[in-house]
Design a protein around this ligand. Structure first.
Ligand code: DWN
Ligand code: SAH
Length: 405
């Protein structure tokens, strides 16, 4: 029996995805024998409502100088982070504010503070993406954020007026060290603004592919309120986001320092209606995942039986869960097209489907493209009009398996 990472209560898996590789462990054929696997299991803590992985690979195996996810590959994500910078600006005092970002990657968010000449610091352990940020003039500290990192930042820079984080808090299993770090780092009236894929969306859309090694927590308002409450902090506001298939941004501050928005009470009730605090919700989610897996495998098998070609579109982290959980092998998907140079020429983790440069997608077009980057659907559909015009068809699996007309 495992213990909840937040409250220590015993916790059991509601779903096991079996043995899984690192979601971003793209590899060459020489490394097939040495590939790392772990048991991907997810559980719900009925005491504090946190949905979480029961096992996670060591952090250095996931986040290192070869980490291949560069935030700025999506144009719409760039726009999203420009808005995030503006929104965060509303919480900053006029006089020389200081902003820290956890998991700043290639500087997609902090570059707006750098451009405006504002004091900022990114904390980013993956050296490759951190170098890309520095090239854009973003001050970046090569470190994993935890309590000691926060202490060092305060010693060298003073306290921060805002700490920002996008798609990273859910990656860090040592939550309490991070929360203590944020407490050390923030000025008295400082705010912590963070966003991550929202549990309510994952459940509603059966987007089980958000479950992979890097994502250790699947946050809801219930679980976030409880977890920060243990550190004298509270949720002061929250804002749903369209990114990553449905995310939530939370505003966190020291208890009683800022007014609490009415939206907080409303979302509590909404989550109760969604059943996010009810174990049965997760049992039903597991059944829907199994159904989705069966349908996707059947669909691809039928298409291949007709001799049609299928290519994956975007070698996302999420695709690693789909290919391995559904048993999608290169005889079903001949390759995955991706725009990231460091993924191209390699094989997908576990399933070993070749990843090829985006330029090859159209020469010649496949009959079907399986949309692994479904969260970027609007951006991709706009870009790929000529695929559809040439008779190509999209296969999606979120929120349900279907061929788009
Ligand atoms: O939480 C995380 C989020 C923020 O990003 C990380 N753990 C890892 C990563 O997840 P992901 O890999 O599922 O992210 P995306 O943004 O859904 O996919 C990025 C991949 O998709 C890149 O390899 C680039 C590729 N892509 C593409 O080939 N063509 C993306 C777009 C928009 C495209 O048009
Ligand atoms: N914020 C970006 C990147 C998200 S990917 C975006 O939303 O697009 C997650 C990033 O967090 C990676 O760049 C990874 O190296 C970094 N990361 C992982 N663990 C971390 C930790 N403990 N402290 C700081 N960054 C971390």
């Amino acid at each position: 029996m495992k213990a909840c990472l937040i409250c220590g209560s015993p916790i059991e898996a509601f779903q096991s995805f079996g043995s899984m590789p690192l979601a971003n462990g793209f590899l060459t054929a020489e490394d097939f024998d040495r590939e790392y696997f772990f048991d991907l299991r997810v559980g719900f803590c009925s005491k504090c409502s946190m949905v979480q992985l029961l096992e996670q690979p060591p952090r250095e195996k996931m986040f290192h100088d070869q980490y291949p996810f560069f935030s700025s590959t999506s144009r719409l994500q760039a726009i999203h982070f420009e808005r995030f910078a503006e929104d965060a600006g509303r919480y900053l005092p006029p006089d020389d504010p200081f902003v820290v970002e956890i998991g700043s990657n290639d500087g997609i968010l902090l570059r707006h503070f750098a451009k405006a000449g504002r004091r900022h610091l990114g904390v980013e352990p993956s050296a490759g993406v951190a170098a890309a940020a520095r090239e854009r003039g973003v001050r970046t500290m090569p470190a994993f954020f935890e309590k000691d990192t926060a202490r060092r930042i305060v010693e060298e820079n003073g306290r921060a007026d805002a700490v920002l984080a996008a798609n990273v808090l859910c990656h860090i299993p040592y939550f309490h060290s991070v929360a203590e770090g944020i407490d050390l780092l923030l000025s008295h009236r400082g705010v912590f603004l963070f966003e991550d894929p929202y549990l309510g969306d994952i459940i509603e859309k059966t987007s089980y592919d958000q479950i992979y090694d890097e994502h250790v927590f699947f946050f809801s308002l219930h679980s976030v309120q409880h977890a920060f409450g243990l550190h004298g902090m509270e949720v002061i506001d929250l804002w749903p986001q369209k990114t990553h298939g449905g995310s939530m941004r939370y505003g966190i501050a020291r208890r009683g320092v800022h007014p609490v928005s009415d939206a907080v009470r409303a979302w509590f009730n909404k989550e109760k209606e969604l059943g996010l605090d009810n174990p049965e919700t997760y049992a039903r989610f597991r059944e829907r995942c199994e159904e989705s897996r069966r349908r996707l495998k059947e669909l691809l098998t039928a298409i291949r039986r007709e001799g049609r070609r299928v290519v994956g579109y975007a070698a996302t982290s999420k695709s690693t869960t789909v290919t391995n959980y559904c048993g999608l092998t290169p005889d079903l998907i001949e390759g995955i097209s991706d725009t990231t140079p460091v993924k191209q020429g390699k094989y997908s983790p576990g399933a070993h489907i070749p990843v090829f440069p985006y330029e090859k997608f159209s020469s010649p077009y496949p009959d079907y493209a399986l949309l692994f980057g479904w969260n970027h659907k609007d951006e991709i559909m706009a870009k790929e009009e000529s695929f559809a015009k040439a008779g190509g068809k999209w296969i999606v699996y979120v929120p349900r398996v279907e061929v788009l007309a």
